[in-house]
Design a protein around this ligand. Sequence first.
Ligand SMILES: CC(C)(COP(=O)(O)OP(=O)(O)OC[C@H]1O[C@@H](n2cnc3c(N)ncnc32)[C@H](O)[C@@H]1OP(=O)(O)O)[C@@H](O)C(=O)NCCC(=O)NCCS
Length: 163
Amino acid sequence: MPVDIVPIEENHIDGFHRTLDIVARERRYLAFLEAPPIETTRAFVRDNIKRGYPQLVAISAGEVIGWCDVTAKPRPIYGHGGVLGMGLLPQFRRRGIGNDLIRRSLIAAKAFGFHRVELTVRERNSNALELYKKVGFEIEGVQRDAVQIDGVYENLILMAVLF
Ligand SMILES: CC(C)(COP(=O)(O)OP(=O)(O)OC[C@H]1O[C@@H](n2cnc3c(N)ncnc32)[C@H](O)[C@@H]1OP(=O)(O)O)[C@@H](O)C(=O)NCCC(=O)NCCS
């Protein structure tokens, strides 16, 4: 089944929310343990569309199976920086889809006018760490024990790429 990567549209919001929720509930990767409420997610996506922030979704058989978004940091002195988040449903990983999604999102982020794109990744998420290094991100720092889930701490790695 082919996978298409397209800019997010209003009709993808429910599918994006479902996908985000599944990945969040894995508890191993994201900063969420479940997706934010659907109305919060709807507002987030609508704002991204309105402002032209890159948000791409991966579609298989008409369903959203992954996403990658780059949104601006809120304060003016940081506004040249975008923050990247991404994820794929488990059964669609390790097939190169993440690689396509992030490369296309970085092209869109550069075209949007961001000077840098940054992200945080949990230290044990080696798949994501390797992918980010491969597409040009460098480690800028480590927040020690910044993550705590079920009493277990994990370092958070800060990464960025400059255009
Ligand atoms: C991280 C994620 C988006 C990567 O997407 P993916 O489609 O699985 O990755 P790809 O198949 O495109 O692989 C791209 C590269 O990532 C690295 N990679 C991916 N899976 C890996 C694994 N199991 N072990 C080592 N490296 C891996 C490799 O460098 C790989 O390149 P290669 O195929 O040439 O070896 C995906 O695994 C995912 O959704 N994970 C859960 C959510 C998540 O971690 N989100 C990011 C939070 S910061």
